[in-house]
Structures are given as structure tokens and as C-alpha cells.
Design a protein around this ligand. Structure first.
Ligand code: ATP
Ligand code: LTN
Length: 336
């Protein structure tokens, strides 16, 4: 019996890359054997920046297929779409009323994204994004939240919102903890190791997308920036670019970066990069093949999402009802 819960979410904003995979999805697959797992496709978060409706629709189904193709098993985990479970926005609203503006203003993701989207306009949803994320987590009493390092600040906010609610209204929410992998929690851009690999990067050489073709993978690894010198040594300060590539290799091989260093002692960047490209091709090809099969069976994917939504609703509605009662909202059965 799995007695601890985890929940995590990814935005269906397209172009999922190996940073998302190593920081989040790979953990999702591993953790589903130990935990009762809820994996959400956070479409309501995606619309905090402008989205083309057709693209959003496609990206949502694509992300479901990537979850499945990566190895998330609907028999072990609940896969669902955030907008299929209305309790998320409802609890998000309640939490908004308890979140000081100053705490939202400090969020670095808001600062980054509001700069990036300044031209199209910055809307209230982007600012309130973290309270909806807190609702995602708290509705399921998740003890652990597997994410990349960039989400740490949001989880800290979630913890303080849960504590604030519990102190004010009595014990209601579980206080969650982040689960971040030491070496793969923050994969950096292949074109610039000072910034995280990002699907919204303007330059596609910044990332390896999970659906990149073998030739595209080889080309991107070939042009990935390296550091001066020629030794393949793991030194984040002196060799940030090579160390990032070594972290990618070590994460895909499930070993420590120092083991990669030992393996390439006396060998140069070229051999290391060739091996890395082939490793990525070897690891991503089966995922791409499963994705292709699923994309020909979209009804099956829709059924998995429908079942996931029913399961998620049953859990989320119960928590929401408890929170509403604690606040003093009159429950519907008291009126009839
Ligand atoms: P991006 O910045 O790539 O546009 P995002 O971080 O805003 O995307 P998501 O795609 O929802 O949003 O992120 C999904 C998961 O992937 C999160 O857990 C996030 O922490 C993780 N993640 C994103 N980028 C990286 C990275 N470069 N390295 C490790 N994990 C990452
Ligand atoms: N904010 C996250 C996506 C996200 C999430 C969540 C992650 C939304 N809700 C709940 C973990 C748990 C991001 O931008 N990557």
C-alpha cells in the first residue's frame, strides 16, 4: 500500500525538452512505484500568457501522450487535465484572499515572465499563478512535489499558505515538501550555460526537444557551447558548459557526474559529445515511437484523461468541501 502522495504539473506550452524530462518527468516515472501519484496537465496555468486556442488544444493532448510515452502508467498514476477539475480554480481563489501581494511580487518566475511578455501585456493571472499552483498541490494532500529547481520558491509559498490556513482555521492541509534531483534539477541551455534550458528560449539550439529527430539531436549537441581547455572534467565554476553536458549524460545513465569524468579521462570533447548525442538518440527513440503510436490512438488518451479527471475530482472535491466549511461557507446540504 502506497501511503504517501505526490503531485506535480507541467504546462502544455509545447516543445518539451530534456530539462523538463530530467527535472520532472523522469522522476514522475520512477516515483509512481513508491507513491500514490497525481500528474496534472496545467492548462489553466498555460493561459497566464497568451495562447493560440488550436495550439493549446494540441499541446494538451501532446503532453498527455508524452507522459504516457515516457512511462507514466495510468494503472499506477492519475493523469489528468487541470481544467477538468473545477476545485483547482475554486481553492485558488480562496488562497488568493490570503496571499499578501508582497509575497507574489517576490516570485522570480513572475519577474522573468512579465519581462518576457511585456510587449503583449502582463495580466493578473500571471501574477496570481502561484496561488493556483498551491491549490493544485494542497487539494491532494501531497506530501512531496517532484519538480525542477526553478519551482522551489513556489513550493515555499505553498507551504506558507497551507500553514497560514491551518493556523487560522484549524488543521486542513498537508504541508508539502519539494523533491528536487541534485544534478538534474536545473539543466542549463546548450547555447548559454548561465541560463536554464527553457522551452520559451528564442533559439532552438538552447534545448533538445523530446521529439527532436536523431539528426537534429546530433546537430544540436555538435554546436552546443563548450569551455576553454579540452579535458572532460566536472567543475561547475570553471567549466559550466561541459559540466552541464556531463550532468545530462549522468542523469540519463543514472550515475554521478564524477563517474562520467572517470570514463572520459584522457579523452577530448569530441568523443564525449559524440557519445552524448548517441545516448540521447538511444534514450529518446523509444519514447518517440510510443508517442507516435499513441497519436494514432487519441481516443485511448482521451479515455485515460477522463478516468483521471473522475479520480482527481473525488479527492479534490473532498478537500475543497472541508476548506469551505472551515472558512464558514454554508454547505449546500444545509440549504435544501
Ligand atoms: P520553460 O521555462 O521551459 O518555458 P517552465 O519551467 O515555465 O518551462 P513547465 O514546462 O511547466 O514550465 O516545467 C515543467 C517542469 O520542468 C517543472 O517541474 C520545472 O521545474 C521543470 N524544468 C523546467 N525547465 C527545467 C530545466 N532547465 N532543468 C530542470 N528542470 C526543468
Ligand atoms: N509552476 C509549474 C507548473 C505547475 C506545478 C503545479 C508543478 C503548476 N502546478 C503543481 C508542481 C505542482 C511550472 O511552471 N513548471
Amino acid at each position: 500500500m502506497k501511503n504517501q502522495r505526490i503531485l506535480s504539473g507541467i504546462q502544455p506550452s509545447g516543445n518539451l525538452h530534456i530539462g523538463n524530462y530530467l527535472g520532472a518527468i523522469k522522476q514522475f516515472v520512477e516515483l509512481q512505484n513508491e507513491y500514490e501519484a497525481f500528474y496534472c496537465i496545467v492548462d489553466e496555468h498555460a493561459i497566464t500568457v497568451p495562447q493560440d486556442p488550436k495550439e493549446l488544444h494540441k499541446n494538451t493532448l501532446d503532453l498527455a501522450m508524452i507522459y504516457l510515452a515516457a512511462g507514466i502508467d495510468p494503472k499506477k498514476s492519475v493523469i489528468f487535465v487541470q481544467s477538468h477539475v473545477p476545485a483547482h480554480t475554486e481553492l485558488g481563489w480562496i488562497l488568493n484572499t490570503m496571499t499578501p501581494l508582497g509575497e507574489l511580487e517576490r516570485m522570480t518566475q513572475f519577474k522573468d515572465k512579465s519581462e518576457r511578455h511585456a510587449r503583449e501585456g502582463v495580466y493578473a493571472g500571471l501574477f496570481n499563478y502561484p496561488t493556483l499552483m498551491a491549490a493544485d498541490i494542497l487539494l491532494y494532500h501531497a506530501q512531496k512535489v517532484p519538480v525542477g529547481e526553478d519551482q522551489l520558491q513556489h513550493i515555499e509559498l505553498t507551504r506558507s499558505l497551507a500553514e497560514r490556513f491551518n493556523n487560522r482555521f484549524g488543521n486542513t492541509f498537508t504541508i508539502p515538501e519539494p523533491l528536487i534531483r541534485e544534478y538534474s534539477g536545473r539543466i542549463m541551455g546548450l547555447d548559454d550555460p548561465s541560463k536554464k534550458m527553457s522551452k520559451s528560449a528564442g533559439n532552438s539550439a538552447n534545448y533538445i526537444a523530446l521529439l527532436d529527430s536523431p539528426d537534429e539531436i546530433r546537430r544540436k549537441i555538435k554546436i552546443a557551447v563548450t569551455d576553454s581547455g579540452k579535458e572532460v572534467t566536472f567543475d561547475e565554476q570553471e567549466k559550466p558548459a561541459v559540466s552541464n553536458l556531463m550532468r545530462i549524460m549522468s542523469a540519463f545513465r543514472d550515475c554521478a557526474p564524477k563517474e562520467v569524468e572517470m570514463r572520459y579521462e584522457g579523452k577530448g570533447y569530441a568523443e564525449f559529445k559524440d557519445d552524448l548525442a548517441e545516448l540521447l538518440v538511444e534514450k529518446l527513440t523509444p519514447l518517440q515511437e510510443k508517442y507516435r503510436i499513441l497519436s494514432e490512438n487519441q481516443d485511448e488518451v482521451l479515455l485515460i484523461l477522463a478516468k483521471g479527471a473522475m479520480h482527481a475530482r473525488a479527492v479534490a472535491d473532498k478537500t475543497l468541501a472541508k476548506a469551505k466549511e472551515k472558512i464558514g461557507f454554508v454547505p449546500i446540504n444545509a440549504i435544501t
